[in-house]
Ligand binder design. Structure first.
Ligand code: ATP
Length: 485
């Protein structure tokens, strides 16, 4: 059985081996911090998106979804503060020439102290880090790195440069001729596409405050240092919702969304102790309250989602920079105002990694002298990429035909696979490794009485059920209702 440290490595290699995640441009030696999703990864990703979209948009009468473009007017990023302030503190090691985020080096040291049981030291460093970030004092960050004797993992030396700021936005040229081309940015967050469409949606949808606008889409950040697989990527996807409220009610809504979002995570059956809230010590320029929902990955607690009270900052800035009024007339109080905003922002790729880490289990099935084990992905059935696999016991005597009949009946509504190769035991293991909740075995009895054997992934128990009951059983166990109720 693997140690905690090995588990993450195993999740990464398992993701590749079974077609969940590949390094981008792998045959050209890859592109740093860019990844492709394979055949099962794309299914899992779509299922996570569907769960989020259904629970945010479909379940809330006052939330609608949009899909805005990645390219936006360059002035938007000036207005939002990203051109001037979207920076990370970086530090270089002079010997290895490797670049790191200064705050990440310190966070890793805190995790190490916690692991080693040095809780007092961990708390002190956390406080010092929070204070340094709050005061934007880069020299304190460097001093902390020196004081805590943090060495470069590559060179092993403590020969550091000063800490500097680094803007994370990618820019590109817009227009066909280089001379009149204008620099545009690849969006670093999807939120601004929502803010600039606030009035379009409000008016065309006759929305009344409070209401929300949700969107799922790509975002791009030139991260100083890319680490931990799909945890920190340069191209990634966000699922964001901006909830527009009457000024003065924002804290109430902040509390509401903070609780609602954790509930969304826990509904998947993830143990509650794997999650924690982390209040921001340093608030972003636009926020008056902010909390992260963190999950305990094999490498420690890390942010998966942020809930931010963004005040009226963004709409006010866009009103000023565009010259267009960004106000709402509230008939209940007979007043015009710029709404306040609560944002929920979750990284789809981080949620994907969380789902993989949480599902991945190495199980010892040894009995007596017989050693046996399996790797199983215990996904919530609603997220599982493949819902069921149909397996004829043998490749002859009409069993494949019967299996195909079942397959054709199920594939209209579920993602199902057909597998007739190798022994049933080997086929079960293959399905365990990709997290398929149900294996359906078609045997000779199936031809006589129209029943099949269902084998359950987690309990490995088998039961005989009528083929007529199959569709209903799979629908009930893999459907969204159990998560959304
Ligand atoms: P971090 O502190 O980890 O850089 P952040 O606070 O900058 O994250 P936000 O700007 O709040 O992140 O973005 C919202 C969510 O988008 C994050 O909670 C995270 O899940 C996701 N996210 C942000 N940056 C990345 C990235 N480089 N790769 C993958 N997901 C990301």
């Amino acid at each position: 059985m693997s140690t905690r440290e090995d588990i993450f490595k195993n999740v990464v290699s398992h993701s590749k081996e079974y077609g969940f995640v590949f390094q981008s441009s792998e045959i050209y030696d890859g592109l740093s911090a860019v990844y492709d999703y394979g055949q099962l990864g794309a299914e899992l990703k779509n299922n996570i998106k569907t769960y989020w979209w259904k629970s945010m948009v479909q379940m809330n009468e006052n939330i609608v979804g949009i899909d805005s473009a990645i390219f936006m007017h360059p002035k938007i990023w000036k207005a939002s503060g990203h051109v001037d302030g979207f920076n990370d503190p970086m530090i270089d090691n002079k010997d290895s020439k490797k670049r790191y985020r200064a705050d990440n080096l310190l966070e890793d040291r805190i995790t190490k102290y916690e692991r080693d049981g040095k809780t007092q030291k961990a708390a002190e460093l956390q406080e010092a880090l929070d204070n340094a970030l709050k005061s934007d004092d880069l020299s304190i960050l460097k001093q902390l790195i020196i004081d805590h004797e943090i060495a470069c993992p590559i060179s092993g030396t403590r020969n550091w440069t000063d800490v500097r700021q680094f803007n994370l936005m990618f820019s590109t040229q817009f227009g066909s001729l280089a001379e009149d081309a204008e620099a545009v940015y690849l969006r670093p967050e999807t939120a601004q596409g929502i803010f600039v469409n606030f009035l379009n949606v409000q008016k065309s949808g006759r929305m009344k405050i409070p209401f929300g606008i949700a969107q799922i889409g790509k975002a791009f950040r030139n991260e100083v240092i890319a680490r931990q697989f799909i945890m920190r990527m340069r191209e990634f996807e966000q699922m964001e919702m901006q909830f527009f409220v009457r000024p003065g009610t924002e804290m109430e809504w902040y509390k509401h969304w903070k609780e609602a979002r954790l509930k969304w995570h826990l509904a998947l059956g993830t143990p509650a102790e794997s999650y924690r809230y982390h209040d921001h010590a340093k608030l972003a320029h636009y926020a008056n309250a902010a909390v992260d929902i963190e999950y305990e990955f094999p490498f420690g607690f890390k942010e998966v989602e942020g809930i931010h009270s963004r005040t009226d900052f963004d709409l006010k800035q866009h009103q000023e920079f565009s010259g267009k009024k960004m106000q709402f007339f509230d008939p209940e109080i007979n007043q015009n105002y710029i709404p306040y905003v609560i944002e929920t922002s979750i990284g789809l790729d981080r949620m994907f990694l969380l789902t993989m880490c949480n599902a991945y289990k190495e199980e010892d099935l040894s009995e007596g002298d017989k050693t046996d084990s399996r790797v199983v992905l215990k996904f919530h059935p609603a997220l599982a990429p493949v819902k069921a696999t149909v397996m004829p016991l043998t490749k002859k005597d009409g069993l494949p035909e019967k299996a195909r009949e079942i397959m054709n009946m199920l594939k209209l509504d579920f993602n199902v696979q057909y597998d007739e190769k190798d022994s049933i035991g080997k086929r079960y293991r293959r399905q365990d490794a990709i997290g398929t909740p149900f294996c359906i075995t078609v045997d000779y009895e199936s031809l006589e009485n129209n029943t099949v054997t269902i084998r359950h992934r987690d309990s490995m128990q088998q039961e005989r059920i009528s083929i007529d009951a199959l569709h209903g059983m799979i629908a009930e166990n893999t459907g969204w209702a159990q998560l959304l109720r």
